[in-house]
Write a protein of this length. Structure first.
Lengths: 404, 232
């Protein structure tokens, strides 16, 4: 028969050690659950699709130093070279790289005029090959035609008449019915009209920490600039093979510029989320260390308790307790201590999460994480007490008569 | 009831073998009150531990209620200790964190009695030793004699057929020792078989049988009651 009442009453008379371990369990649960939650949020951010065919994309930076460089001619020559290279699916000039951390942003609004509400949007200046090159999914409307593409000088402040936006941008501009965005006019720079001719499903902005990361627009520009980038899409599996070939071909084709930073989108993603990964590793380490410390604390308390109660355990054995019943005693005692800590820990976890929600604008913690933490700590507690409990069970009943 | 025949117990360390009991033979019949005396290190406690199934023995035969003890595993030995044997220890061995009620409750829980049955037995036995009014007290709040009475109540709570007492008055003053001894005599008169290890010859002489152990063997056998016999 279980000794629940006896164990509980005995615990109440020796509460300091149990209290400290209970508080340690509570602290561990509080930190563990919130750390897991923070890791999950980071993982969710890292798992967001960029909208790009990342595995087959790379880009190069084209930095011009020649003074007699004809940018328009050179750009057309470069794009022709790239698009005609065997193994290349398509290529574009682009002003910014998704997830890279640097890019352009503007505000779009549905009504013209100063002071009207606008929605921030990442701007990608591209030509009619962008959807194919980037691997975007056009879910409404149409692509740019070649006639839509304009040349943009570096100091130019006017914008083309057409744009393609992401679904998230459409939802922000036309919350009631984003599907109806195609054909409507949005205003950039407060009063320059742009007709929305298409909607792509996803295209992330360059800034992964921005809460509007899904809001992007494609603008039909070719840029006259001394520094630009080419995004190149290769046939599946040929990216790495083509990177040095294309770098050399571009460098050889025109000596008035430098081709550098030949970089894959996989690299950009890795660099973009390097901080997230580092924080996740730190949080994982904190969780493991805290859990281990708690486990060792439980072992220590149980060993101390057993050493202090050696004769008592021998007496219990003499009175008829089996080894299993002695083991059960310590396992149940641990469940009681863990339960105390876990109840406090649940309150602590929710309290800390409320604070994080209020101060860092995080979302509320999932109940599943708390349940997971509770299960882990009960398991760790039982695992930690297993060895001491076995040791206690092996105390011979003759200890009752042989010790002072 | 209890028959030991040529029981030996050898404690082994790396280089030394100590014979705590050598060809020890003894029969204790139902209703006996046997006192066991002997000098320190003679094997009294080893005998008591083997008789109480607290220790195993190296060789020989030991029957308790016609059950051969040698064949039993730890679980079976625990069950027999709980059901057939009551222990009274020199230093009482009460659990300091539990009150008197809970202390007496410990062996009853191992027996698996329900709450009502346990309560009834606890109250009955604490009443029998005159401590029913103090059942919520902790052992530390009692005198030595009272603590030993609680230990007796605990030993009797499971209705054992066999009571083993290891120096039950060793930590008590003369007056308390007499009181505890009287209690044991009353218990014996009610039919419980008692084996008591003691250094005190006066108390030993109050038993119905007295045996002396020396160097692990029964050295003297004093048959007081007609139906008791021993194989030396």
């Amino acid at each position: 028969m279980l000794e629940l009442g006896l164990i509980f009453r005995a615990l109440l008379r020796n509460k300091v050690g149990a209290l400290l371990i209970g508080l340690q369990i509570a602290l561990t649960l509080t930190i563990m659950t919130n750390a897991i939650f923070m890791m999950q949020e980071r993982n969710a951010q890292m798992d967001r699709p960029s909208g790009l065919d990342e595995a087959n994309l790379f880009f190069v930076n084209n930095t011009i130093f020649a003074t007699d460089y004809n940018q328009q001619v050179a750009l057309e020559e470069d794009l022709t070279l790239l698009r005609n290279t065997e193994g290349v699916v398509d290529a574009i000039q682009i002003n910014a790289i998704p997830m890279s951390g640097g890019g352009w942003s503007m505000g779009l609004q549905t009504e013209s005029g100063v002071g009207k509400d606008s929605v921030g949007v990442a701007v990608y200046m591209v030509d009619d090959h962008a959807i194919n090159t980037l691997g975007l999914e056009l879910i409404a409307g149409e692509n740019f035609s070649i006639n839509d593409i304009q040349w943009r000088e570096s100091s130019q402040t006017t914008w083309p008449a057409k744009t393609i936006i992401t679904q998230a941008m459409a939802e922000s501009l036309f919350a009631d019915d984003w599907h109806s965005a195609v054909g409507k006019t949005a205003y950039i720079s407060q009063e320059q009209p742009m007709q929305i001719i298409g909607i792509v499903k996803t295209l992330q902005a360059p800034w992964n920490g921005w809460d509007g990361v899904e809001r992007s627009m494609l603008v039909p520009f070719k840029m006259e600039t001394m520094g630009s980038r080419y995004m190149i899409k290769t046939e599946p599996g040929r990216r790495d093979e083509l990177m040095p070939i294309i770098e050399k071909a571009l460098a050889d084709s025109n000596k008035g510029r430098i081709i550098r930073r030949v970089t894959t989108m996989d690299d950009i993603r890795e660099r973009s989320y390097r901080g997230h990964n580092a924080v996740n590793k730190i949080l994982s380490t904190v969780i493991v260390v805290l859990t281990l410390i708690t486990g060792f604390g439980i072992v220590g308390l149980a060993m101390f308790s057993i050493n202090r109660r050696t004769k008592q355990i021998g007496t219990r054995r003499a009175l008829g307790a089996s080894k299993g019943q002695i083991m059960s005693y310590f396992m149940i005692e641990n469940i009681m201590i863990s339960s105390f800590g876990i109840v406090l820990g649940i309150a602590g976890a929710i309290g800390l999460n409320i604070w994080l929600v209020n101060t860092l604008s995080m979302s509320p913690i999932n109940i599943e994480i708390i349940v997971f933490g509770v299960i882990v700590l009960y398991f760790v507690g039982q695992l930690a007490v297993l060895y001491p409990a076995r040791k206690a069970a092996n105390i011979p009943p003759a200890t009752a008569t042989r010790t002072a | 009831m209890l028959t030991m025949k040529n029981v030996s117990k050898v404690f082994k360390t790396d280089n030394i073998q100590t014979h705590a009991l050598r060809d020890f033979s003894l029969t204790v019949n139902e209703g006996d009150f046997v006192s066991v005396t002997g000098p320190s290190g003679s094997g009294k406690t080893t005998f008591l531990n083997i008789a109480g199934l607290l220790e195993t023995f190296s060789s020989g035969d030991f029957l308790l209620d016609d059950i051969s003890i040698q064949q039993l595993n730890d679980r079976q030995r625990s069950k027999i200790r709980n059901e057939k044997i009551g222990f009274i220890f020199q230093s009482f061995n009460l659990i300091p964190d539990l009150n008197l009620f809970d202390n007496v409750d410990v062996p009853l829980r191992y027996r698996g009695f329900n709450a009502k049955e346990r309560k009834q037995r606890i109250e009955h036995n604490l009443d029998m030793v005159g401590l029913a009014s103090r059942m919520k007290h902790l052992p530390s709040q009692l005198s030595g004699g009272q603590q030993q009475r609680v230990a007796i109540a605990r030993a009797l709570a499971t209705d054992p057929r066999f009571l083993l007492a290891d120096e039950p008055t060793g930590n008590l003053d003369t007056q308390m020792a007499q009181s505890v001894m009287s209690l044991l005599e009353d218990i014996n008169k009610q039919g419980t078989t008692i084996v008591m290890v003691t250094h005190d010859n006066d108390l030993a002489n109050r038993a119905s049988r007295k045996i002396q152990i020396k160097d692990g063997r029964v050295s003297e056998l004093d048959v007081v009651v007609a139906n008791s016999q021993a194989i030396a």
